[in-house]
Design a binder for this molecule. Sequence first.
Ligand code: EAX
Length: 326
Amino acid sequence: MPQTTVARLSTLALLAATTLAPVAAQTVLKIGYTPVRDSHYGVGANVFCDEIAKGTANRYSCQHFPNSALGGEREQIEAVQLGTQDLTNVSTGALGNFVPEVKVVDIPFLFRDYDHARKVLDGAIGQDLLKKMQAKGLIGLAWGENGFRHMTNNKRAINQAGDAAGLKMRTMENKVHMAGYKTFGILPTPMAFPELFTALQQGTVDGQENPIPVILSAKFSQVQKHLSLTGHVYSPAVILITPKVWTQLSDADKKVFTSAAVAAAAAQRKRVNDDEANGIAQLKKDGMQVVEKPDGESFRKAVAPAYAEFAKEFGADRIAAIQAVK
Ligand code: EAX
């Protein structure tokens, strides 16, 4: 065959290959979270999105909407339920309003430490809670982490529960937290996260409570003087996907998404560890006055009577089962 014919034929073959080969459909999923991209939530979302892109040969990728660009956590959960948002990485703050069984994890002083909380959520109890979400139109892929919550305010140092009494504090839209914090004498003011910085700046509330990674990434040191490491409640996070997308995935893709969420959770927890280890020094440098060892017993004592109410709502056996995890 003459050279030119060969060249022409191979050009044709190339054309056929590029025009006729089935082009894999590409789906860009919207993932939202309330903290900024450079936060534990952003780290988790990055890993999740990298892993699904890798595991599906780029058939799926993400567009990130950090910094509450898609609204507060309640709004984002609602949108995922409706299918107008594909994914969210959220705390359980507002989730109990959708999936009541989840509220049990929001009880103050329920978890002893990070190891305990992670073990419960990764074990049978946590996995069962993820399944409960399905009945409410939400697919929980894996438990990640927001962290143990600590109090900040602009009025005074909190060394014991009595010091928190009378402070007007923003809380999440979470009845269990609010019931618990009232026992400390706090005046809880539920508010969505996007409104919080301005509320602190303008003094609409005296304080708020959040884990170190949120206090850091939201730069609350600019608007809050006192930080007390009360660790009064553990705040889990979870990656939720809309059933609208989930039900369209092949079984193989479902596995990719689930493992991606587990990897994301591990990365998010690691960032929480790092922020806990380095963040307090940073916040001091930023001018915060930190009570590193408040009297935890005074808070536990204050909240103890509320446990009777929690037992009525969730069952004493369920609470005991969580506490018994070693
Ligand atoms: O999930 O609203 C809150 O205080 C949460 O901790 C924050 O949005 C991260």
